[in-house]
Design a protein around this ligand. Structure first.
Ligand SMILES: Cc1ncc(COP(=O)(O)O)c(C=O)c1O
Length: 390
């Protein structure tokens, strides 16, 4: 017999949680890879922020409290310590701070990036060419995956940083971050895993992932809004890295108010920046609490079942799927080749199905609020629009 706790966990996923997300009253929402659906809980949190502003004016204490609650919620999500988590305004801000601390002049001036990095990571890497970096790209093999052996060809004692996104935003491939990190560490390089497309839907544990820095944000599977991100940095690493891109919230004492020196915080707070994104913090803490109530392992299992169902259906349709079939090499995102993806996204929108595209691929993302009927509705629609599938 199921324990009461088990019943509670199950009730926070799928059909039981949908009522929390009004968009499902009018649409089949399959676009969490772009933005998570808005919940009543997040709306109320943002309204609470506005009400507090009206009633009390500057709510500094609440800002600080939300900032620290967000930091510790991310720590819980990643099985980490709050002191090892930076609160950032975006992945871009955190990664820029991290990269600004790399001593590229030391003979280690190479940055290795996978072809599946989000543009911001590639652009930040290439920006370092202005201070002597060399950027190497690791490309996919014939099957579309980028195995650790391909990274091995690019990594050596000149490598400062290896960027291997946990899950590709444009193909749905999942990197073997642990294996890549092992290779990088043997060569003395650091590893950054941009996990934006994984966090909230895929269990991430800093103790086993192997990366030295793990970053993401709240817009997608964490169910918050724009302007807020995080970066976990391994303690042995952040102690040795001194960012030159910084701000007063990264100082060891923000109330020192000194313009005469730079004293980075001893913890990963040294990768924070300026005034935190307050409204996004209210939304972010609320969104994370929905993910936390469900539990990421349970979300991952739920999503895997939905993706399996979708992949079976796509196979029957004879669709060309870019995302691997192997469940260990994918997550919540399925990418399907199309002959005219803009037309396909528009046709689905006309059927009240919200999906997105990258290059020639339709992107379909599943999350805790999706159910089998969503998958079936999509498959029915794709059967009707079969001519738009490659
Ligand atoms: C993998 C990945 N990284 C980063 C970002 C966004 O980065 P930022 O928070 O700097 O806007 C996205 C957003 O789409 C993403 O999918």
């Amino acid at each position: 017999m199921a324990t009461p706790q088990r019943i509670q966990l199950e009730s926070r996923i799928g059909a039981a949680v949908r009522g929390e997300f009004p968009i499902f009253e009018s649409a089949t929402y399959l676009n969490s890879c772009s933005q998570g659906a808005l919940s009543h809980r997040v709306r109320e949190a943002v309204e609470g922020w506005l009400a507090g502003w009206d009633e009390n004016g500057a709510e500094w204490d609440f800002w600080v409290e939300r900032n620290e609650t967000f930091r510790s919620s991310i720590a819980a999500l990643l099985h980490a310590r709050a002191d090892d988590v930076a609160v950032t305004t975006s992945v871009s801000q955190g990664v820029s701070a991290l990269v600004s601390a790399l001593p590229l002049e030391s003979g280690r001036n190479r940055i290795v990036i996978s072809e599946y990095e989000f543009p911001t990571v590639g652009q930040i890497a290439h920006a370092q060419e202005l201070r002597g970096a060399e950027v190497l790209h690791v490309t996919p093999g014939e099957d579309g995956s980028i195995g650790a052996e391909r990274f091995a060809e690019a990594i050596d004692e000149r490598t400062a940083l290896v960027c291997c996104t946990t899950l590709s935003y444009r193909s749905g491939h999942r990197h073997d971050v642990t294996a890549i990190a092992e290779l990088a560490h043997e060569a003395g390089a650091l590893v950054l895993a941009d996990s934006y497309q994984a966090c909230g839907a895929v269990e991430l544990d800093v103790r086993s992932l192997g990366a030295d820095a793990i970053t993401g944000g709240t817009v997608k599977y964490l169910l918050g809004t724009a302007g807020l991100g995080f970066m976990w940095v391994r303690p042995e690493v952040h102690e040795a890295l001194v960012p030159t891109q910084t701000g007063w919230f990264a100082d060891e004492d923000i109330f020192a108010m000194s313009i005469a020196d730079y004293s980075p915080h001893a913890s990963a707070r040294r990768f924070d920046s300026g005034t935190p994104p307050v409204p996004a913090l209210y939304a972010g803490v609320a969104g994370l609490s929905i993910v936390g109530d469900a539990g990421v392992p349970a979300i991952e299992t739920h999503v895997r079942g939905l993706v399996d169902r979708m992949l079976d259906g796509l196979e029957e349709l004879g669709a060309t799927v870019a995302t691997p079939r192997d469940a260990t090499r994918r997550g919540p995102l399925v990418c399907i080749h199309s002959t005219d993806v803009d037309a396909l996204v528009a046709a689905l929108a006309a059927d009240s199905i919200v999906a997105s595209s990258r290059e020639d691929k339709l992107r379909v993302a599943l999350h805790l609020y999706n159910v089998e009927e969503d998958v079936d509705r999509l498959l029915d629609a794709l059967a009707r629009h079969r001519a738009l599938l490659a």
